[in-house]
Design a protein around this ligand. Structure first.
Ligand SMILES: Cc1cc2nc3c(=O)[nH]c(=O)nc-3n(C[C@H](O)[C@H](O)[C@H](O)COP(=O)(O)OP(=O)(O)OC[C@H]3O[C@@H](n4cnc5c(N)ncnc54)[C@H](O)[C@@H]3O)c2cc1C
Length: 378
């Protein structure tokens, strides 16, 4: 049973956001920055955010050469360039909003490992550079340099060339999410965790959003003028949409090593493998392309086949001359659409959804948040 005080101060808002990941937080910040007097509530089901935002590998990126080429094949040049531009804009907005010093920002560039299968992509560097020239104000966003193979200690049997791009960066995912929560709360956003939304109903004067109180085991109906669903891969039951489809991703971090030659973020195989240094540890993620079907799940867990492949890649390609031990392994759940584009939808006059950053939400959340906030009723 709610007290008089709870009913007066905790129940009514202008906007309610379902999902306390990076996109939910960015949306809340966008609202408060534009309309400081609006009251905003975020409802997050987990004690900690429980989707992708605290589970990724901490890459601030817009796409490697082979990934961009794959996107061009699937979506065409114009849409691919516009997506890269959005990612770049989003990366910069995130840095300004949450501040470099709070998110562990380090710009040491991006390197892509090219094996035998992708050698022909080197012939397309000039074309891609000319497509991206206006975005980065650079004639040479991507440049090829074989000397990096030796510098970083990669296996020359597998890695035949390296493509470098200076604009991608590393962040500390945990610090970034704490900074995002801290900033949102400093703007006046109410961030409630352990608050899983079971359902909502639309009424003539607003939306009522129901959460089971985990102590009193009774349903609380939070009220707002409008609702924004930012539950990403878990949103289908709330939006009634088939997309986004869930896509699980696996990440490994090694124990500290005596010496790490890596310095930056690294991609391989159209971005399906990605790794970086974190101090003198190595973080490696990916391999979803080895079992797309098995990874289309909202269940957190470790896919043995992918884990084995990542360990093999780590031992044979990244650290071929170094002993290492794995410290932590974890998974996160992303949301994907068919065309790999984020989805902002007006479901009704009062209900909106912003989901599916397609594995690029660190870069995209800030601009997707802008898009959904433009749609909201005043
Ligand atoms: C392994 C991995 C690697 C990645 N690599 C990169 C990368 O290199 N670059 C990049 O830009 N991005 C990367 N990403 C993607 C990025 O992390 C996501 O795109 C981004 O975090 C999505 O944020 P979100 O807020 O939309 O979703 P989420 O972080 O999933 O947030 C959704 C939230 O909604 C909550 N929720 C769900 N249902 C309910 C409910 N009924 N009631 C209340 N709350 C609910 C969930 O608990 C969750 O916290 C990666 C992700 C993973 C997992």
């Amino acid at each position: 049973m709610l007290s008089f005080w709870e009913r007066n101060s905790f129940i009514n808002y202008d906007y309610i956001i379902i999902g306390g990941g990076l996109l939910g937080l960015s949306t809340a910040c966008e609202i408060k920055e534009r309309f400081p007097n609006k009251d905003v509530l975020i409802l997050e089901r987990g004690v900690l955010p429980s989707g992708a935002s605290t589970k990724n590998a901490g890459f601030l990126c817009y796409g490697s050469l082979t990934e961009i080429l794959a996107d061009i094949r699937n979506k065409g040049e114009d849409e691919t360039v516009s997506l890269v531009e959005k990612r770049w804009k989003g990366m910069n907005k995130l840095r300004v909003r949450f501040r470099d010093e709070n998110i562990g920002f380090v710009n040491s560039g991006e390197y892509e490992l090219i094996d035998e299968r992708y050698i022909s992509s080197l012939d397309e560097i000039t074309k891609v550079n000319s497509l991206l020239k206006e975005i980065f104000k650079d004639e040479e966003t991507f440049r090829c340099d074989r000397s990096y193979i030796e510098r970083f200690g990669f296996s020359p049997e597998v890695v035949k060339n390296i493509i470098y791009s200076p604009y991608e960066s590393q962040i500390d995912t945990g610090r970034m999410m704490r900074a995002a929560i801290r900033y949102a709360v400093s703007l006046g956003v109410v961030y409630l965790t352990g608050a899983e939304v079971a359902e909502f109903t639309e009424k003539s004067d607003g939306v009522e959003v129901y959460v089971e109180h985990n102590v009193f085991h009774e349903r609380i109906g939070f009220k707002s003028s409008a609702l924004i669903i930012c539950a990403n891969a878990f949103s289908s039951s709330l939006t009634g949409n088939y997309f986004p489809k869930p896509a699980r991703g696996l990440v490994i971090i090694t124990k500290p090593l005596d010496m790490v030659k890596l310095n930056g973020i690294y991609h391989y195989d159209e971005g399906y493998y990605y790794f970086r240094n974190y101090g003198n540890r190595v973080i490696l993620g990916g391999g979803r392309n080895l079992d797309f079907q098995g990874e289309e799940t909202t269940a957190f867990g470790i896919n043995d086949k992918i884990y084995k492949a990542l360990l093999e890649f780590l031992g044979e390609v990244i650290l071929p001359y170094t002993e290492f031990e794995v410290d932590v392994v974890w998974s996160g759940i992303m949301g994907f659409t068919e065309n790999k584009l984020p989805q902002v939808k007006k479901i009704s006059d009062r209900v909106f959804s912003a989901v599916s950053c397609n594995g690029m939400g660190i870069a995209l959340s800030s601009v997707v948040a802008e898009d959904v906030v433009k749609e909201l009723p005043a």
